[in-house]
Design a protein. Structure first.
Lengths: 111, 113
């Protein structure tokens, strides 16, 4: 199995600042990690993923960092914009079939 | 192209009634997942289909829940004798291959009175 938790249920940042959302997992065999963004009334939307053979991956304004030693991953959003306001979930996979989701961090961007 | 679609978008039912929720995955996606999301909670895995293989039903909370996937495409999640604790948003996701990025539908909000 797997236990996934996020460090903060809510996060408020000023527009233009960088945001960091953290996630911890329990199973050292976990090997695939995905960050999703969920806006109100919508299904989760893929942001970025990383596999366990990497420790960093960058996308457009987003970076995911993976620390397998302490079983922790983070999502960094550069120059946060009002449109980034949403709930962010990490999903952790370790069996090839199932993904385990955290409870989500609600990000609010203050204009 | 079309994304994952789900119907109905909202369903209100009375306790004890049966409900059917439908998911149309992205064409060509072989893997299909059902999740349940309660208010303020993360996603709870329910069931997973991969091609013609037997589904992984390990997440189904009780025998009142069942799902099928016909022709490797459309899937239906059935909840029999609904209870108030079944109230949640039911999300469907599909992926091109197993263990890969999942594309989610908008969900069906189920309310059991």
């Amino acid at each position: 199995g797997e236990s996934v938790g996020l460090h903060l249920p809510t996060l408020s940042v000023q527009e233009g600042d960088n945001s960091i959302i953290n996630c911890a997992y329990s199973n050292s065999a976990s090997d695939y990690f995905i960050w999703y963004k969920q806006e109100s009334g919508k299904g989760p939307q893929f942001i970025i993923d990383i596999r366990s053979n990497m420790d960093k991956r960058q996308g457009q304004r987003v970076t995911v960092l993976l620390n397998k030693t302490v079983k922790h991953l983070s999502l960094q959003i550069a120059a946060t914009q009002p449109g980034d306001s949403a709930v962010y979930f990490c999903a952790v996979g370790n069996t090839g079939n199932q993904f385990y989701f955290g409870t989500g961090t609600s990000l609010t961007v203050i204009p | 192209g079309a994304g994952v679609s789900q119907s109905p978008s909202n369903k209100v039912t009375e306790k004890g009634k049966d409900v059917e929720l439908r998911c149309d995955p992205i064409s060509g996606h072989t893997a299909l997942y059902w999740y349940r999301q309660s208010l303020g909670q993360g996603l709870e895995f329910l069931i997973y289909f991969q091609g013609n293989s037997a589904p992984d039903k390990s997440g189904l909370p009780s025998d009142r829940f069942s799902a099928e996937r016909t022709g490797g495409s459309v899937s239906t999640l059935t909840i029999q004798r609904t209870q108030q604790e079944d109230s949640a948003v039911y999300l469907c996701a599909s992926s091109f291959v197993t263990y890969n990025e999942q594309f989610f539908g908008p969900g069906t909000r189920l309310t059991v009175l």
